[in-house]
Design a protein around this ligand. Structure first.
Ligand code: PAF
Length: 284
């Protein structure tokens, strides 16, 4: 496995016939088994002869002024060991001046109908930062396929729409969320949780399961289901941003007609436990 820090070196390493365009897994590092399963999935998609590239870049543009950009763990050496074990061929780990040699004043503005709700509402500018860096990384790596986790459900949808609208020649593949034994979705931010918080954190996925079960049992009072889930977490000391049931296709609230027709839904949640903000989702 090669670890590459510059765009020039990356382009030289990837020069070759179109058929050998790589599979790509973008990350911000501080890797866990969820990321490694994306890498393994990338490998399975393209087979042994095509390179798998993972990027590690903590993207300042997607962090708000009061978010954890400075304390986000940088663990490059350990990340590289894990990536090598997962079958990655090339790690692209540019520093900030390599990826943003000038202030990045050209940005990708995502469709507000998708990007200004849920995460975008609570983290203004987040998806502009994500789209801008993903667009740039796709230009650098020029992959035939890129794998994104469903854990960041809205991010996956925003990126899919960006790729469609800009006709980017890359297939976006969605990977299922990896979970710990108790059901907590794996996330780099789980490392911020203290011991008691870690034990409590499973309640987020339990709340999503309760929402899913209520819909599956035929309950139609969506606002009531959402309120019950948020109240239950708040009573345990969480500060929920949202626990909500949305249509999978566009993340808008389902109408009574949608419910009657069985339109596919997803339950999405973001809530703070102590100082750590966790997100998760479950397709209904
Ligand atoms: O999901 C992430 O880790 C980041 O948002 C991504 C896609 C690597 C862009 O910085």
């Amino acid at each position: 496995m090669r670890v590459i820090h510059t765009l020039a070196e990356l382009r030289a390493a990837l020069a070759g016939p179109a058929a050998s365009r790589p599979a790509f897994v973008p990350t911000m590092g501080n890797l866990h088994d969820g990321h490694l399963s994306l890498v393994r999935q990338a490998r399975a998609l393209v087979g042994p002869a095509v390179p798998v590239v993972a990027s590690i870049f903590v993207n300042r543009l997607q962090f708000g002024p009061n978010e954890d950009f400075d304390r986000y763990p940088r663990t490059l050496a350990r990340d590289c060991e894990l990536l090598e074990g997962a079958g990655c061929d090339i790690v692209f780990a540019p520093d900030e001046t390599e990826l943003y040699p000038q202030p990045q004043t050209f940005k990708v503005l995502p469709d507000p109908a998708l990007a200004d709700l849920l995460e975008g509402h609570f983290r203004p500018g987040f998806f502009t930062g994500v789209c801008t860096v993903v667009m740039k990384l796709l230009q650098c790596v020029q992959p035939q396929v890129a794998v994104f986790g469903k854990k960041d459900y809205q991010q996956l949808m925003v990126i899919r729409r960006m790729v469609e609208q800009f006709a980017l020649p890359v297939q976006i593949v969605a990977a299922e969320t990896s979970r710990a034994g108790d059901g907590l979705a794996l996330s780099s931010r789980n490392g911020y949780l203290g011991e008691a918080e870690r034990a409590e954190s499973v309640q987020l996925s339990l709340a999503l399961q309760a929402m899913r079960e209520a819909v599956r049992a035929g309950e139609r009072d969506i606002a009531g289901i959402e309120r019950r889930a948020a109240d239950a977490l708040a009573a345990r000391g969480w500060a929920p941003d949202y626990l909500t049931l949305r249509r999978r296709a566009d993340l808008l609230p389902p109408s009574p007609e949608d419910l009657a027709a069985g339109t596919p839904l997803v339950a999405l949640a973001a809530a703070r436990l102590g100082t750590t903000r966790l997100i998760d989702n479950l397709e209904v």
